[in-house]
Write a protein that binds this ligand. Structure first.
Ligand code: NBP
Length: 481
């Protein structure tokens, strides 16, 4: 019997996806650059399903049913190009190469073009959910040609996570790099989700005086509200953890320097290219960068820079109303970060010719991935049918949520500022919200200044189709440019 799919690259992600396919009744051909990983997988998990061991790329290709499907799960970057180069001469027209790694979407676009020239389908697939998701059901974001999805899609849907209504957390996103792009923005939103939780944690401690274990109870309670999500759930677990060595709360023995693997940074870089104001994601990426900046600089800052506020320790009061204010600020800020991320998808869709279905994208983030949350059901519903709002925040249910949250959100940001507690996403999300709904922005002065020093011209409110310039160094009359 030939294999339904081949997997090359059997480190943790490839091995777990291979097992997931096998658990769903598929015959899976296994390949790895060095056969040790193949042998280890067969030895430890060979009895879980039908596997075919292969040693060379030729053997891998020969073992596959047509059209051949080869899932590449090697390290992102040059190794993916190297594997494509090895596979291309061995494959036939209509065969499908699938890249399930964390590839940069522009690489995926290039690889898709190159493979298409050789008559091959190249499908860049965003896979979210880490090792555990890969084994038991990830959220899957496939790009590539729609034609390739007709044979590949059902298999991916089988191994994907399922939402509460039974729908697979996998759907064709759009052509070429769209799947990897959506996965990238998912990760950006994940950064913002984690940052707003972090800001709430900080305020609950420094303003409301709640110890980590008490905060764990708060997060448990919040997990029964509209904030209900995987990240809120595990926040409670992390805050409740006690360090066995010192008996201190675990959170107090963890160094406060956040790491990052790059997808958040990619999201912001691409947002800058598109001119998409994903301020919540950007602040989250920069918050991590600041936390892990030169330790000597942070240390000296504590010594030399004044706070500009008096002793605030007396302000710490266990105030249940403030705790509830923080919950509302967190929710509103989270809504803004989703609105910004989804708007970025819309802008990218226009730029790259992808017809992105935001209801479907929200739907496949409902389970399997790190940002899985109740909220995604509501977002999906907001975009379903022909009632898609221009901005997520305009959906009537979210207008209502924001209206409910606004007084609390403003109080929390004001309190954070007064107390010198950084809350970059709470405050920048509020600034975005206020800017979005403001009738006139200070951009008019920016345009005036740009015209003054660089003759960059401006539009008039009463004549938006022409460009004008003031003869600043002459008689200051206006000319049509
Ligand atoms: P790694 O990213 O650690 O890559 C290891 C695999 O790449 C091994 O099989 C290795 O073969 C192979 N490889 C390398 Br390195 N260079 C190669 C080359 N030039 N030619 C052929 N094979 C090569 O594996 P991973 O942690 O399982 O991740 C796989 C992908 O999934 C990555 O893109 C990663 O970013 C992504 N990922 C996603 C998630 C998620 O949550 N979605 C989590 C973790 C990783 P060898 O055994 O012969 O050295």
């Amino acid at each position: 019997k030939k294999a339904d799919i081949g997997v090359t690259g059997l480190a943790v992600m490839g091995a777990n996806l291979a097992r997931n396919f096998a658990h769903h009744g598929y015959t899976v051909a296994l390949h790895n650059r060095s056969s040790a990983k193949t042998d280890a997988l067969i030895e430890e998990h060979g009895s879980e399903g039908d596997f075919i061991r292969t040693e060379t790329m030729q053997e891998l290709v020969d073992s596959l049913e047509r059209p051949r499907r080869v899932l590449v799960m090697v390290k992102a970057g040059a190794p993916v190009d190297s594997v494509i180069e090895q596979l291309t001469p061995l494959l036939d027209e209509g065969d499908i190469i699938i890249d399930g790694g964390n590839s940069y979407f522009q690489d995926t676009r290039r690889r898709e073009r190159e493979c298409a020239q050789n008559g091959l389908h190249f499908v860049g697939v965003g896979v979210s959910g880490g090792e555990e998701g890969a084994l038991n059901g990830p959220s899957i974001m496939p790009g590539g040609s729609e034609e390739s999805y007709s044979t590949l899609g059902p298999m991916l849907e089988d191994i994907s996570a399922k939402a509460d209504d039974g729908a697979p957390c996998c759907a064709w996103i759009s052509t070429d790099g769209a799947g990897h792009f959506v996965k990238m923005v998912h990760n950006g939103i994940e950064y913002a989700d984690m940052q707003v939780i972090g800001e709430a944690h900080e305020l609950l401690r420094s303003v409301a005086g709640l110890e980590p274990a008490e905060q764990a109870d708060v997060f448990d309670e919040w997990n029964t509200t509209e904030l209900s999500s995987y990240l809120i759930e595990i926040t409670s677990q992390v805050l409740r953890q006690v360090d066995p060595k010192t008996g201190k709360p675990f959170i107090d023995i963890v160094a406060d320097a956040a790491g990052q693997k790059g997808t958040g940074r990619w999201t912001v870089q691409e947002a800058l290219e598109l001119g998409s104001p994903v301020t919540a994601i950007a602040e989250s990426v920069f918050a991590r960068a600041l936390s892990s900046s030169e330790p000597a600089m942070r240390k000296e800052a504590q010594e030399v820079l004044p706070a500009g506020i008096g002793d605030t320790t007396e302000d710490v009061v266990k105030d249940p109303e403030f705790v509830d204010d923080v919950r509302k600020a967190l929710y509103a800020s989270k809504l803004v970060s989703y609105a910004q991320g989804l708007d970025m998808l819309t802008m990218a869709g226009r730029e790259y010719g992808w017809n992105l279905d935001l209801a479907s994208i929200a739907s496949l983030w409902r389970n399997g991935c790190i940002i899985r949350a109740e909220l995604l059901n509501v977002i999906m519903a907001a975009y379903e049918g022909d009632k898609a709002p221009l901005n997520l925040l305009f959906a009537p249910e979210f207008v209502q949520s924001i209206e409910d949250a606004l007084p609390a959100w403003r109080r929390v940001v004001a309190r954070a500022v007064e107390r010198g507690i950084p809350a970059p996403v709470f405050s920048s999300a509020l600034a975005y919200y206020d800017a979005l709904r403001r009738p006139r922005l200070n951009a008019a002065l920016t345009q005036g200044l740009r015209d003054y020093f660089g003759a960059h011209t401006y539009k008039r409110v009463d004549d938006p189709d022409s460009s004008f310039h003031v003869l600043w160094s002459g008689d200051r009359s206006e000319v049509v440019s």
